[in-house]
Design a protein around this ligand. Structure first.
Ligand SMILES: Cc1cc2nc3c(=O)[nH]c(=O)nc-3n(C[C@H](O)[C@H](O)[C@H](O)COP(=O)(O)OP(=O)(O)OC[C@H]3O[C@@H](n4cnc5c(N)ncnc54)[C@H](O)[C@@H]3O)c2cc1C
Length: 373
């Protein structure tokens, strides 16, 4: 089977790797170099966690993805996953975190409910007097995202895939490159992140927004490899320790203003005040930490934060994949496995990945978007 995949972000690059290592004939097309920061997968780090509230399917998919990222590491020698754990800050006994715990335990995924003093020992500094408990996923952690995408592409090429640098657009079932060449294949997959709004705006329900990441100079203690990543679901904040000298990462997860996928990413920060206030309260030792950098990036959000992965309604060979909605990175290889099974006619994709309109729903990221239920 021949496949052309347009888009070398986590979804497209994972699919290229998956199919090429299975012996398929794969051509991967991207307008940028893999890992370019204008693509959503181009950030240095992304959290990998199984907790998805009561959603058993995403929970299992994240766990499967972890196994596949480990396989990619073993195959390539790359060091992609830092298993530092993820700490969820729970404000109530029976909220999102309790649902995460129940769902993970039902799947035998390691998870621990810590009281606040025990959680405080995990971090160089933590104040949790507003928290009911902290849920620790010890086998979760942080993926080196940009490096992960580059590794996926490199391994796909080693397995025989071809990489083409070009902007492309669809013409029926064909992929037309910038200089006019046409690529045709048994299967064509458009995994174009936020650019799906331009290519298939009538078929996908997506909003592209400007988001921001802040990096604080926390000093040596925050560079220790065992310091967990963290998510405060209810307050829509998340972050990581200082990984690879970037600084302690902290971000507000509330959906930012709309931003065209081709518009320049201007780094002038807009969330410093709110993030700093949170960090001062939660991690008092970081109150005066120097701001190393503020980084703009983009979310491509579906209204219910479910991914998009479905066949084109008019073109049998064409598939559309995306809608990472601020939590898609980790799932890349596991989504690839499922998409490949759907293309092969083995296992259909869930109905909730379908094209078309969506009803807003509770966010699988944080309470920074979607409907609170
Ligand atoms: C700030 C931030 C924090 C995040 N945190 C997390 C996290 O902690 N954990 C997590 O799992 N996820 C996280 N995410 C979400 C995750 O990064 C995205 O869901 C995921 O990377 C989306 O991947 P993609 O392959 O769909 O899109 P992209 O990475 O954007 O890739 C699409 C590719 O398609 C190419 N392309 C588009 N159109 C064309 C065209 N016409 N011709 C040729 N090439 C084209 C682009 O150049 C690009 O390389 C975060 C996202 C952001 C922005």
């Amino acid at each position: 089977m021949s496949t052309v995949i347009v888009g070398a972000g986590t979804f497209g690059a994972s699919l290229a790797w998956w199919l090429a290592r299975g012996g398929e004939n794969v051509t991967l097309v991207d307008q940028f170099e893999p890992g370019d920061r204008r693509a959503t997968s181009g950030g240095e780090t992304r959290l990998i966690r199984c907790g998805h509230g009561s959603d058993a399917d995403y929970t299992a998919m994240a766990r499967r993805a972890r196994t596949l990222w480990r396989e990619l590491e073993a195959e390539s020698g790359a060091d992609l996953l830092r298993e530092c754990g993820i700490a969820w800050f729970a404000h109530t006994e029976d909220g999102w975190e309790a649902a995460c715990q129940q769902t993970m335990q039902a799947q035998d995924i390691p998870v621990e409910r810590l009281d606040v003093p025990a959680a405080e020992r995990l971090f160089p500094s933590l104040r949790g007097d507003d928290l009911a408990f902290v849920l620790l996923e010890p086998e979760a952690g942080v993926l080196r995202a940009q490096q992960g995408v580059r590794t996926l592409v490199r391994q796909a090429l080693l397995h025989g895939a071809r990489l083409v640098h070009s902007r492309a657009h669809p013409e029926g079932e064909a992929v037309v490159l910038a200089h006019g060449a046409r690529l045709e294949a048994d299967v064509v997959v458009w995994a174009c992140g936020g650019w799906l709004t331009q290519l298939f705006g009538d078929l996908v329900s997506l909003t592209v927004t400007r988001q921001e990441l802040l990096f604080l100079d926390g000093g040596r203690e925050w560079r220790q490899p065992q310091v967990p990543g963290w998510v405060d679901y209810d307050r829509a904040m998340y972050g990581t320790a200082d990984i690879d000298g970037l600084g302690v990462k902290a971000a507000l997860d509330v959906e930012g203003p709309p931003l065209d996928p081709d518009a320049p990413l201007i780094d002038t920060p807009t969330t410093v005040g709110v993030v700093r206030d949170y960090m001062r309260e939660r991690f008092p030792a970081l109150a005066r930490a120097r701001l190393n950098e503020a980084r703009a990036c983009r979310y491509e959000l579906s209204p219910d934060s479910h991914f998009i992965a479905a066949r084109h309604p008019e073109h049998e060979r064409v598939w559309i994949v995306g809608g990472g909605s601020g939590h898609g990175f980790k799932h890349g290889p596991a989504m690839a496995e499922r998409i490949a099974a759907a293309i092969a006619g083995e296992t259909p994709l869930p109905e909730r990945f379908a094209l078309g309109g969506r009803t807003p729903g509770r966010s699988l990221r944080t309470a920074g978007s979607g409907v609170v239920t």
